[in-house]
Design a protein around this ligand. Structure first.
Ligand code: ZN
Ligand code: ZN
Length: 734
């Protein structure tokens, strides 16, 4: 008799996203129906990979018999809620990045590798199916094994705690398992019900402005708000009040902060206010902790989640609000691999989940201000300092023409001494880390250069090395000039390490605390430094721009920014915006809590017009001017950019590759312009020679079409020696 296979036995095909740097999804077969969003294990190029089911594939592109089978199904429910699943798909499309890699960036590494979606605990369970006397007869010669078996018959299962308390050795446990009498069991931990959220009432009374901002936010809408509040105006209080309302409605709050701002102090502040544990998500957590916190967010157990950039993909069971603090901060844009902007994705996610998004800053990005003007965002204004303290006063301190170093002059040193003697703190910002930015031969004018980058090497005194800040290479400091063999080498210029030495010699009675990426490599070290600053004892806080990022220093009354001109003089069209933000953010650290602040801008007067404009007007007027310039020159946010970067080991190779691509590219769209290939200012970096094409378009659609066309062409004409990437909405063109 001829048997036709029943319908259910017919294989079904699925498109699976895999964490590989290739666009598109991959086809696999499975006999049963699978839900979208499940994680599965599949064979791929001789390996086993964990992928995500994206869709049913009705017409496979390859011959069905060639399609491999899914090895196993990991989940019984989708790994991500629909909104985050959609956000990932949207991101892959918008940023033109492989979908599987987007999912990989969105998930904690343990989850990505297949770990369970729920927290589990291990218990030792009874495995014997025989009646108790027969089972016990198997171990009658070992009193300890017998005792453990009896305990299992009495309690059915023993937790790790029980086993520890009963002092059962692992040998005894193993013996019972080997005899088939016991086995380990993974149990899903019941999520303790977080209970009704009833945060304690705060004693702080919001100001009229704060109350107006709070009342303007519609919690059941998907609007994005730009909370523009001058430093000290109490943005955080607005956040806290909104989170309070969200928690009372039984929902969760997700707060994004710049990388450096997420310290235990930030967490403590939230925990104290709400009397609830706050979970953190950032790259310094162990994989174990990270997936634990992710599970707590996903299950709804954690009411408040604070994280850095990648936390924007955290699934929430009951989303209520997303807050992006210091929204202008460049750390929200991922600079390599998957080039997403967490700030921009927050707004997209808000719409998908129908929740409000608050972007807060004292110096908002021009993009966000433009979005207010065009009606996309709603602006909330806090223009006065919450405690009525006077705003900081700025003064330009010209650097004498004959002075080569960046050191403060005598007037500034006097101001520092007076401030310290009054028992207050001084903050000095110098945007150059290391000891000296140049090692120079006074005999033959040789300069130490990195052999892998078009860059000078920086002298680092503590590690006694020459370090490249672009590729990380280190060399010992030579005793003699490699060119002329004389011992005539001089470190030239001042980095933060050298300034620390200078200040320490000049003010031996006060500590000098240095905050830069060398001194804060350990999160614990940063925490310790910030702790000691917050104790308020007279001291000098010295640092790179890291010092201006979102910390609350209550006793700083004098701020000095050394050589402010440099930032304004860069070729990057965003330089003026960034430098202005940096000056106001640094200045804003001074003069809080009833102590008026003074800010000195030490300047070579090369960017005097910019400086005067910044200090004369408020930031809003200054940024309006900048926006007008951007409009005139048709720069973002009035146009949309995309960057196609190519790198190769041999000079000219990447450039030729892009040139070839461009010669075959048909520029049909009049709204879109492709510039290049050009070399970035630093053509060689970390041994790679770089070249790039800049796409500028009048609409997002035409930019997308052009980039997609270019990337498809590159995918089809791969050159193994050239690697390339696409950066949509680039913030760094050099
Ligand atoms: Zn020399
Ligand atoms: Zn280098």
């Amino acid at each position: 008799m001829h048997m036709t296979p029943t319908k259910s036995a017919e294989p079904k095909f699925y498109n699976i996203a895999l964490p590989v740097p290739l666009h598109g999804t991959f086809e696999y077969r499975h006999p049963t129906d699978l839900s979208i969003g499940l994680r599965v294990k599949v064979p791929f190029s001789g390996r086993e990979l964990v992928g995500i089911v994206i869709s049913r594939c009705l017409q496979p592109s390859t011959a069905p018999q060639k399609i491999k089978s899914i090895l196993s199904i990991i989940d019984s429910e989708p790994v991500l809620p629909q909104a985050i699943f959609d956000l990932c798909r949207w991101s892959a499309q918008y940023y033109l990045h492989p979908l599987g890699e987007v999912f990989a960036a969105a998930l904690p590494s343990k989850i990505k590798q297949g770990a369970g979606l729920y927290q589990t605990t291990r218990t030792l369970a009874l495995a014997s199916t025989e009646p108790r006397p027969i089972a016990e007869a198997h171990v009658k010669r070992s009193p300890m094994q017998l005792a453990l078996l009896r305990a299992l018959f009495e309690h059915t299962a023993l937790s790790r705690g029980d086993l520890k308390q009963g002092q059962w050795s692992s040998a005894i446990i193993k013996a019972l398992i080997d005899k088939g009498l016991a086995c380990w069991q993974e149990n899903i931990e019941a999520n303790p019900d977080p209970g009704p959220h009833d945060p304690p009432n705060s004693a702080i009374q919001p100001t009229l402005e704060q109350q107006l901002a709070i009342d303007s936010v519609e919690l059941n809408s998907h609007k994005t708000y730009l909370l523009y509040g001058v430093t000290g105006s109490g943005k955080t209080e607005v956040y806290l009040r909104l989170i309070d309302q969200v928690l009372r409605a039984g929902r969760q709050a997700l707060i994004l902060v710049p990388e450096i701002a997420l310290t235990p102090q930030t967490l403590t502040r939230f925990e104290q206010r709400f009397g609830r544990p706050v979970v953190a998500l950032h790259s310094n957590l162990t994989d174990q902790k990270r997936s634990e916190h992710w599970r707590q967010a996903r299950s709804g157990q954690a009411p408040i989640i604070i994280g850095t950039r990648s936390a924007i993909f955290t699934p929430l069971a009951r989303p209520g609000i997303i807050i992006v603090d210091e929204e202008h901060d460049s750390s929200y844009k991922q600079q390599d691999g998957f080039h997403y902007s967490a700030r921009d994705l927050a707004s997209v996610r808000g719409v998908a989940e129908n929740i409000p998004v608050i972007l807060g800053s004292a110096t908002p990005s021009l993009e966000s201000l433009h979005n207010v003007t065009s009606g996309k965002y709603t602006q909330l204004l806090l223009q006065s300092r919450a405690n009525g303290a006077a705003r900081e006063r700025y003064e330009i301190a010209p650097i004498p023409e004959n002075q080569k170093d960046a050191l403060p002059d005598n007037r500034l040193f006097d101001a520092m001494a007076e401030t310290l003697d009054r028992g207050e703190q001084v903050l000095v910002m110098r945007n150059r880390r290391g000891y000296a930015p140049v090692l120079f031969c006074s005999n033959c004018r040789w300069i130490a250069q990195c052999n892998a980058c078009d860059a000078r090497l920086t002298v680092h005194k503590q590690t006694k090395g020459l370090k490249c800040h672009h590729c990380g290479q280190q060399h010992p400091i030579p005793n003699h000039c490699p060119a002329c063999q004389q011992s005539s080498l001089l470190p030239v210029g001042d980095g933060t390490q050298r300034l620390q030495e200078t200040f320490q010699n000049r003010f031996p009675n006060y500590p000098v605390i240095r905050i830069d990426s060398d001194s804060t490599q350990q999160r614990a070290a940063l925490t310790q430094m910030i702790d000691s600053i917050q104790q308020g004892n007279p001291s000098i806080l010295l640092g790179t721009q890291l010092i201006a990022k979102g910390h609350h220093f209550p006793n700083v009354t004098l701020a000095i920014i050394l050589e402010v001109d440099q930032g304004f003089l860069s070729a990057d069209f965003r330089a003026t915006e960034r430098t202005a933000q940096l000056i106001l953010q640094t200045g804003g650290r001074s003069g809080r809590e009833n102590l008026p602040g003074k800010v000195y801008l030490s300047s070579r007067l090369q960017a005097l017009p910019e400086l005067r404009a910044l200090l004369k007007n408020d930031y809003l007027a200054f940024s309006k001017n900048l926006l007008a310039q951007r409009k005139t020159y048709q720069l973002p946010p009035f146009t949309y950019q995309g960057l196609l970067r190519a790198d190769a080991r041999r000079p000219q190779q990447a450039d030729q590759y892009l040139r070839q691509l461009l010669s075959q590219y048909q520029a049909l769209d009049p709204d879109c312009e492709v510039l290049g290939p050009t070399s970035p200012i630093m053509e060689q970096r970390a041994g790679w020679y770089r070249s790039q094409l800049l796409v500028t378009a009048k609409t997002r659609q035409s930019r997308h079409r052009a980039l997609k066309q270019l990337s498809e062409h590159l995918s089809q004409h791969r050159q193994p020696a050239v690697r390339w990437s696409i950066d949509v909405d680039p913030v760094d063109l050099f």
